[in-house]
Design a protein around this ligand. Structure first.
Ligand code: ARG
Length: 705
């Protein structure tokens, strides 16, 4: 098989962009920096994709003595100058100059066939970053690994997998909490209980209980407290071996507990805990100090965080009482957000230079947008129609006012955009001279940038740590470790996630006070799946091993998928009945859908490898074409999920894929039809893409049900 021509790689959008790039160069030779703006067509029935360059190009060139007489002629010229391409079947102009693109059905089929022969890896998106670090899972030694860590493990693993698939060199880092002051207390308690120093795992028993007991001792006795404090110093000085040994022992017992969870989840991580970075702290802090960033603050050493530049307030109500331009936009946002279905809100801001302000104001109003909707600010583009219903303005403004955001300003009402140093400083050395979580993270960041040469460092923790990371990143920017421009590398991202809730809407716990044991949770998912399979008579049909493996794949897959399918910022409710339902958007449903496709192929009795070599795919009906096009959009979904660090984007893609397959399969006869070969190939391609999605989500596929 000859290598595909160069322009046949990358995502579909990217490939279309390449064709338009050629035309743009010819159409507006004086604007060489204009990049093609390609999007999925807003009217799916009209076309597949659209090119949105005409309008912005027009406003760019209109004063410069151009021969064009408006955006539409610009669009027409772009269309005329397109090079011939077997990818595009036809183009047409819509509205003020959008170019609708219909892809060639034959080309789509060809691309899918190529993938079947060359493998799904040829569809991997290409990212511009070479090496990334994903800092995830990261539980704390001697403490319970709770569901928050489970979320971090699941989300972090998926992000790492997607980046790896996109050919990024990924360092998977487990930043375990193995260096806190808690060790003084633990070690001292250990010495007290086992004075000869010879302890075994059994002696310590369950580490959490050991932790609790030592904490009790710590809280109740000042003399013990003092000894514990000294023990920390002894440990951290590294001079006394017995402290080192006790520490290592406690870490090892914890580690074995964590490993059990990772093993069940099939997650691989490399432990580089807080202790690893300890020797680098003085170095990192010295650099920051040399840059004049570290200040004394009542005995502690701190970094003052200054956020952004000063901004003018955003006017909500003008001096004469009229609602401002901004208030209409808030009303529009406000009225749309409560709708559960709203995933995207495109705010079209025609006045350039204002969008940043909206973003900030919005961020202030609800730091995490309550529905997890995505708000996209677009300076120019599709006009959404007249300004939104005025009735929402008072409601929206009232909510802003309730949050204390609206202030009087010379008769006008304004929203002050918070900038400047309202944030408490970042403590990097405590009053007693000791280091803390932040000092370690600064040292870790220094190490990752300078020693590991990472270009993208991704931290996966609950949203509660957002402020911490914001400060770390801000300090690194002030020091020049990171570029001020966030679109440049190296860069850092905090991947925050919401809480896991129980059915009662409260933080998920098994019994009222206990946190959930992760291993038990995973075991239960598996047990329930097994019971369901036994009920369906699989005990007689399958080997014991098959039963076990399927129950495991489905059970663990269900737990992972239930977490990943939500926008990670939202809280989600942990519910076995829901996640193990074989209908709806669950892993069970999707895994079974995949198994069903495999069984269609099996039952046809055809050799699929031979069909791949000799058969031809044709996408004749509407459903076949829709399914085919969706398959080709796989790279786009992965790319979006990667760049925005949102695994739910891939889940949505996968669910959509199975729905499109269902439509196809209910409309088109496969086995025994005249189009059997072509349709079997389409089934196979769907199964291949589904499997890759499962793989990226850390889910093991099943082949029969
Ligand atoms: N150990 C921390 C916790 O359990 C998470 C560490 C996250 N990573 C980091 N580099 N701070 O909350």
């Amino acid at each position: 098989m000859a290598a595909a021509p160069e322009h046949h790689t990358g995502s579909l959008k990217e490939q279309i962009a390449k064709v338009f790039e050629v035309s743009l160069k010819v159409t507006v030779p004086d604007e060489p920096e204009v990049a093609p703006l390609i999007a999925v067509c807003s009217k799916k029935e009209a076309a597949d994709y659209q090119c949105n360059n005409a309008m912005s190009l027009w406003s760019k060139i209109k004063g410069k003595g151009t021969e064009f007489r408006g955006p539409q002629p610009v669009g027409q010229a772009i269309m005329r100058n397109l090079p011939t391409s077997d990818m595009i079947e036809s183009c047409s102009i819509a509205g003020p100059g959008f170019i609708n693109v219909k892809l060639s059905t034959q080309w789509i089929a060809k691309r899918i066939q190529n993938m079947l022969t060359d493998g799904i890896d040829t569809w991997a998106p290409r990212l511009s970053v070479k090496r990334a670090i994903v800092d995830f899972s990261s539980p704390n030694i001697a403490k319970e690994m709770h569901v928050g860590h489970l979320r971090s493990t699941i989300i972090g693993d998926t992000i790492a997998r997607m980046l790896e698939y996109s050919k990024v060199d990924v360092l998977r880092r487990n930043h375990v909490g193995d260096w806190g002051t808690q060790f003084g207390m633990l070690i001292e308690f250990l010495f007290e209980k086992f004075p000869d120093g010879e302890v075994t795992d059994q002696d310590i028993g369950e580490l959490e209980l050991f932790y609790k007991a030592s904490k009790q001792r710590f809280d109740g006795d000042d003399e013990f407290k003092e000894r514990a404090r000294k023990a920390v110093v002894a440990l951290q000085s590294g001079k006394e071996e017995k402290y080192q040994k006790a520490w290592a022992q406690i870490c090892e017992i914890s580690r074995r507990g964590f490993e059990k969870v990772y093993e069940r989840l099939g997650v691989h991580l490399e432990e580089m805990g807080e202790s690893f970075y300890n020797p680098y702290i003085p170095l990192a802090l010295k650099e920051l100090n040399d840059k004049g960033l570290i200040k004394d603050d009542e005995g502690a050493k701190v970094i003052k965080i200054i956020e952004g530049k000063k901004a003018l307030p955003l006017v909500a109500t003008e001096k004469d009482g009229r609602y401002s331009y901004a208030s209409t936009d808030f009303a529009a946002l406000w009225s749309r957000l409560p709708e559960e279905e709203v995933k995207w809100i495109i705010l079209v801001i025609l006045q350039s230079g204002t969008e940043e302000k909206y973003q900030k104001a919005w961020a202030q109003i609800c730091e995490i947008n309550r529905k997890g909707s995505k708000i996209v600010y677009q300076r120019q583009g599709v006009h959404l129609g007249e300004s939104l219903n005025n009735t929402y303005i008072p409601l929206a403004l009232e909510e802003l006012d309730d949050k204390g955001l609206i202030e009087d300003d010379e008769d006008a009402k304004v929203i002050k955009i918070i900038e400047g140093n309202k944030v408490p400083p970042l403590i990097v050395t405590k009053t007693d001279g000791g280091y803390n979580y932040a000092s370690t993270d600064l040292a870790a960041l220094w190490y990752r940038l300078n020693e590991e040469k990472a270009e993208w460092i991704i931290y996966v923790t609950d949203v509660g740590q957002r402020e911490h990371f914001k400060k770390i990143f801000a300090a690194a920017k002030s020091a020049g470790w990171l570029p001020a421009d966030e679109s440049k590398y190296p860069k850092t991202s905090h991947v925050g996630f919401g809480l896991v809730l129980g059915d009662d809407g409260k933080r998920f716990r098994t019994r009222s006070t206990e946190v959930v044991k992760l291993v038990d949770l995973l075991d239960e998912a598996k047990t329930r799946c097994k019971a369901a399979l036994v009920e369906r008579g699989k005990m007689a049909e399958w080997t014991a091993e098959e039963l076990e493996q399927t129950a495991e794949a489905v059970g663990y897959g269900a737990v992972k998928y239930a977490d990943l399918k939500n926008n990670r910022l939202t809280n989600y409710t942990f519910n076995f009945d829901q996640m193990l339902n074989d209908k709806g958007n669950t892993a069970v449903y999707l895994l079974y859908a995949h198994a069903r496709i495999c069984s269609i192929i099996r039952k046809s009795g055809k050799d699929i490898e031979q069909l791949k070599r000799e058969g031809q795919m044709l996408l004749q009906t509407d459903d076949e074409r829709k399914l085919g096009l969706h398959l080709l959009q796989f790279a786009e979904a992965v790319e979006e999920a990667c760049t925005n660090l949102l695994p739910n984007v891939l889940c949505e893609y996968l669910y959509d894929l199975s729905e499109k397959f269902t439509s196809f399969y209910s409309e088109c006869k496969v086995v025994g039809s005249a189009e059997e070969t072509s349709r079997l190939l389409l089934c196979e391609a769907t199964a291949v893409v589904m499997r890759k999605c499962f793989h990226l989500l850390g889910i093991t596929p099943v082949y029969k049900i």
